[in-house]
Design a protein around this ligand. Structure first.
Ligand code: GLC
Ligand code: GLC
Length: 657
């Protein structure tokens, strides 16, 4: 957009920059900067316009963008241009991701590189390598307390190893996702060290308070994130003799985004990792970026403005790079992290679909799809050119974050219902086969979340112990059922490492002092590669899960209706155990797929007669493209076996009209 005030300012800024940037070919940079500068300027002045040094700060930002652009390798710029041409590329059904800890998966970055064939065998073509940046020796919240944002932790390898991995992945057509932890640093970060040493400029990077007045006021409305291990949101620092804002763990210092230098450093860090070859940057804990007294300090409007600014800057330097918003917040809030519009005020292209994840687990415990149906109905449609990251498990706990209104709408009491779910997943509820553990128990509010590996939560651990083959079969069906949902819902499915071979809870964390208080370590496994080898033994648990997922992934990639164009329609079905939706490709309506899942332990039937007016299944027998089976139908009623799902199409070949 052209607008005189910002354009005149841009000219002034470029005049300031020119002398030392003159030699460079900045054509593409200038066109993109020109296109985005109105937005960058408006956002920057909204956040920092009242400062006397505003012009200097604005100039410094543009200078950093220009330098990051010059550093961008030619190969990555070529990919940027390719993606500009094909800007919907990431909505395709061909992407399937996996999140993994590099040490847990394969020791270090080189190990990950040498195990890429394993991931390719499964069909994975997007890998989120969980945090690998330099961290303190001791507790570091699984890598989320960073000491140096531009260096790889030596336990995992070197920057060269990372570049090598990125290159090997590019050759295989795999996307690399890396974290940038934007909300906080470790208390051992250089900025924190300088703050402790008394430099006011660096003290201004954080929120520091001399007395308890402000902290007490804040804590009245701020929820506790880790109530058991790190109650409250502030930590006393004996060196500074001040209270530091620490929303997560006491050693994770929240960054102060009212200071433009913090924003600039973070933009620079994002661009640094983009230039090392990350295709996608996962922005951690984005809901927390702006703090305001009297609020929960989550989802504030300024947090969105900061993300818009980060996106606008990234588009100038590395337009092919996508952002994932990690905002595990209420359904109506999470949708806002895509931005207000796909072009203007855009934020992150991808967001974790925590609502769907939690609802799926609810269906496992209740054997019913009622709340799932209700919850998905209340989930607003997202923007075009935005997509979900659909997952069943990840490195974090499962929060029961669905809406109370939805729980009431199905006739349940929110408190009692959540209580039941916790009991079910920790195996306390009579008959539950689950082996989870509570996480984040808050005695004051009665809230709790759940930890545990996917396989242990669906009952595989207890089934193997008792050796009952029916129970093992049921657990495997549930593993596949959950994945069948995240692969067909619309968005990028994100598997979690180990789940592809049914990895059980790992209790070894209980022996490690620094981990014992955080049950999330239960499901951050070290892959047992001998166990993984059993995927080749016909009939083994590993083979049944691995091959089931492998097939699902390869079928998903061939179904254009599974691409994400907001092309999902929930279907009203009378049977409360069934969850059903229709996926239709906007241009290829003949290729519609009806997804139906039965969460019950008994077979359930779906009445097909109501779907006939939709032109579905006119010509014959529905066919399950996933298993290749033809499900049983009797008088228009199709039977879905216990804990199974179908991806149904008309059996007639697509080409016949
Ligand atoms: C994110 C991470 C989580 C971490 C938290 C604090 O939510 O996923 O593992 O504890 O941020 O950085
Ligand atoms: C909370 C936060 C989320 C974090 C998680 C870690 O849910 O909202 O960002 O990952 O806690 O347990």
């Amino acid at each position: 957009m052209y607008e005189q005030v910002s354009h005149a300012l841009l000219n002034d800024i470029l005049d300031e920059l020119r002398p030392d940037l003159k030699r460079e070919d900045l054509r593409h940079f200038y066109t993109r900067l020109g296109a985005n500068f109105y937005a960058i300027h408006s956002l920057f002045s909204h956040l920092y316009g009242q400062r006397e040094d505003f012009f200097a700060q604005m100039t410094a930002l543009v200078d950093r963008l220009a330098r990051a652009y010059i550093d961008r390798p030619a190969e990555l710029e070529r990919i940027d241009m390719e993606r500009e041409e094909d800007h919907n590329w990431f909505l395709s059904q061909e992407h399937v991701g996996m999140a993994l800890y590099c040490d847990g998966f394969a020791g270090d970055l080189k190990g990950v590189e040498s195990h890429l064939p394993y991931l390719s065998e499964l069909g994975i073509n997007m890998v989120h390598v969980l945090p690998i940046l330099a961290c303190p020796e001791g507790a570091s919240d699984g890598g989320y307390a960073v000491k140096d944002f531009r260096d790889i932790d030596e336990r995992f390898g070197t920057l060269d190893d990372l570049r090598g991995l990125a290159e090997s992945m590019r050759k295989r057509g795999m996307l690399l996702t890396l974290d940038v932890i934007v909300n906080h640093t470790s208390d051992e970060h250089l900025w924190a060290a300088r703050a402790k040493a008394g430099y006011p400029d660096f003290q201004d990077f954080y929120y520091l308070f001399d007395s308890r007045d402000m902290p007490d006021m804040f804590e009245e409305t701020m929820p506790e994130i880790f109530p058991e291990t790190s109650p409250g949101s502030f930590t006393w620092d004996p060196t500074l003799e001040k209270w530091v804002m620490t929303v997560f763990n006491g050693y994770q210092w929240d960054l102060n985004y009212t200071n433009p230098r913090v924003l600039m450093e973070m933009v620079d860090i994002i661009l640094f990792w983009a230039n090392q070859g990350a295709d996608i940057i996962r922005l951690d804990a984005v809901a927390f970026l702006w703090k305001k007294l009297g609020t929960t300090c989550q989802n504030e409007r300024e947090a969105h403005l900061i993300l818009q600014l980060m996106k606008d800057c990234c588009q100038v330097v590395a337009p092919g790079v996508l952002f994932i918003a990690e905002a595990i917040v209420a359904p109506l809030e999470v949708i806002k992290y895509f931005g207000e519009d796909a072009v203007v005020a855009k934020e992150c292209e991808i967001a974790y679909n925590a609502t769907f994840m939690a609802l799926l687990w609810n269906s496992i415990a209740t054997k019913s799809a009622e709340l799932l149906d209700q919850g998905i109905k209340s989930l607003p449609n997202k923007l075009d050119r935005a997509t979900w990251l659909n997952y069943a498990r990840c490195h974090d706990d499962i929060g029961l974050g669905f809406d109370d209104t939805d729980i009431r709408a199905i006739g349940a009491d929110p408190r009692a219902h959540r209580h039941f779910l916790i009991d079910w997943f920790i195996g306390k509820f009579e008959g539950s086969p689950a082996r989870g553990r509570p996480f984040g128990v808050n005695e004051k509010t009665g809230d709790a979340r759940i930890s545990g590996s996917l396989a242990s939560l669906v009952g595989l651990e207890s089934a193997i112990e008792t050796g009952e083959s029916d129970a093992i079969d049921l657990a495997i069906s549930r593993v596949l059922l959950l994945h069948g949902m995240i692969m067909s819902f619309g968005g990028i499915p994100l598997l979690y490492y180990g789940d592809e071979i049914g990895t059980l809870n790992d209790y070894s964390f209980l022996e490690e002092e620094l981990k014992a208080g955080d049950t999330r370590w239960l499901h951050r496994p070290r892959i047992d590669w001998e166990k993984a080898e059993r995927r080749r033994e016909h009939g083994s648990v590993e083979q049944r899960i691995f091959d089931g997922l492998k097939r699902m992934i390869s079928v998903r990639k061939t179904i254009p209706a599974f691409a994400d164009f907001n092309n999902r329609e929930l279907l009203e079905v009378e049977n409360p155990h069934l969850f059903a939706f229709l996926r239709t490709h906007p241009q290829l309506s003949a290729d519609a797929v009806l997804v139906v899942a039965n969460f019950d332990l008994k077979p359930s039937y779906l009445d097909l007669s109501s779907l006939k007016h939709r032109g579905l299944f006119h010509f014959g027998q529905p066919y399950d493209v996933c298993s290749g089976e033809t499900p049983g139908v009797f008088n228009d009623r199709l039977v879905v076996p216990p804990c199974r799902f179908y991806w149904l199409t008309d059996q007639r070949p697509v080409a016949v009209f």
